[in-house]
Ligand binder design. Structure first.
Ligand code: COA
Length: 295
């Protein structure tokens, strides 16, 4: 699908994207690149990174991949430094690396819980913490007039209510959203850095979707109670990331934008619409004719 943004909206910017080798992270990398940015992607799997970098370069996008695990502070630091060494500055950090699996809370070991918190929440903080010195206003390589950089943390909507078999991820995403708001407050005030999040809903054709809705259980059509009755596309998330990162988002700070077609609001319809049409007025009329006093 064609982008509604001008092709130069992030021209000259350097974006570092964790989990940028596949899924939503790769789509964000591609779209940022197509709109003028130079791209560094970070991931644990060399082959995935190499393939992603080749694919970006084949589109004429300046791109480089760095192996690393966001859970390790030393990796976060090394990849941030390498990105700066390679491109001379960093403007945008996207934290898209995540871990997930379905498991009932009673079957999840404390180490399993900790692992997902480490990847999602601690990993996000590690990256933000390491990148601060390059994102702040007046940082090395940054033009003073361009202000501070921007951070986008990929989250989810699971923790807005509760989610079956996702206690670890719900806890991790709640921590990410809190991190987004707190950094937006502290670093927005002190360093002119905007920190926002995106909470994707069910996005088709992603590693997350294939783990949470594997072929063993997945139906080919979305559920009937899902607003818009469709899955999202990686493109939807990338467009939200572009909006937040370029000038269109210049006054947006501390927000996690839900891009889920309204899915987190979905509830099974408890009455057919026709039934409501039929009896709503009748009930109203009756209640006016015979008001019941509860006092
Ligand atoms: N059910 C229950 N527990 C599980 C599990 C599952 N399906 N998969 C892993 N675990 C547990 C392990 O048993 C282990 O706990 P233990 O030591 O008490 O046994 C703990 O989680 C860590 O697992 P391990 O395989 O050592 O971690 P890892 O660092 O190699 O992998 C994962 C991390 C498990 C999150 C892995 O799925 C991953 O790397 N994911 C990244 C990709 C991804 O999930 N993408 C989708 C994003 S939405």
């Amino acid at each position: 699908m064609e982008s509604p943004f001008k092709s130069d909206v992030v021209k000259g910017k350097v974006a570092l994207i964790t989990g940028g080798g596949s899924g939503i992270g790769f789509e964000i990398a591609s779209q940022f690149g197509k709109h003028g940015a130079s791209i560094a992607i970070m991931g644990r799997r060399k082959q995935v990174l190499d393939d992603a970098v080749s694919s970006l370069r084949s589109l004429g996008i300046p791109a480089i991949g760095f192996e690393g695990d966001v859970r390790k502070q030393e990796d976060a630091k090394r990849v941030v430094e390498s990105t700066y060494q390679h491109f001379g500055k960093i403007d945008i950090l996207v934290n898209a690396a995540a871990g997930n699996f379905l498991v009932a809370a009673e079957d999840l070991s404390p180490n399993g819980f900790r692992t997902v918190l480490d990847i999602d929440a601690v990993g996000t903080f590690n990256m933000c913490h390491s990148a601060l010195k390059y994102l702040k206003k007046g940082a090395p390589g940054r033009d003073l007039s361009s202000g501070g950089g921007s951070i986008i943390n990929i989250s989810a909507t699971l923790h807005y209510t509760a989610c079956w078999y996702q206690i670890h991820v719900s806890a991790a995403k709640a921590a990410i959203d809190a991190t987004t708001r707190n950094l937006a407050l502290e670093w927005g005030t002190d360093y002119d850095i905007r920190v926002n999040g995106i909470a994707p809903g069910p996005i088709g054709d992603t590693p997350g979707m294939s783990k949470l809705g594997p072929e063993e259980i997945e139906t080919t059509t979305p559920r009937e109670d899902m607003p818009l009755y469709k899955y999202g596309e990686k493109w939807d998330i990338a467009m939200a990331a572009l909006y937040l990162s370029c000038v269109s988002g210049k006054y947006v700070n501390g927000q996690t934008m839900v891009v889920d077609g309204g899915c987190w609001l979905s509830k099974p319809r408890h009455l057919p619409k026709e039934a409501v049409k039929q009896f709503s007025r009748v009930v109203e009329k009756r209640s006016r004719a015979k008001p019941t006093s509860k006092l």
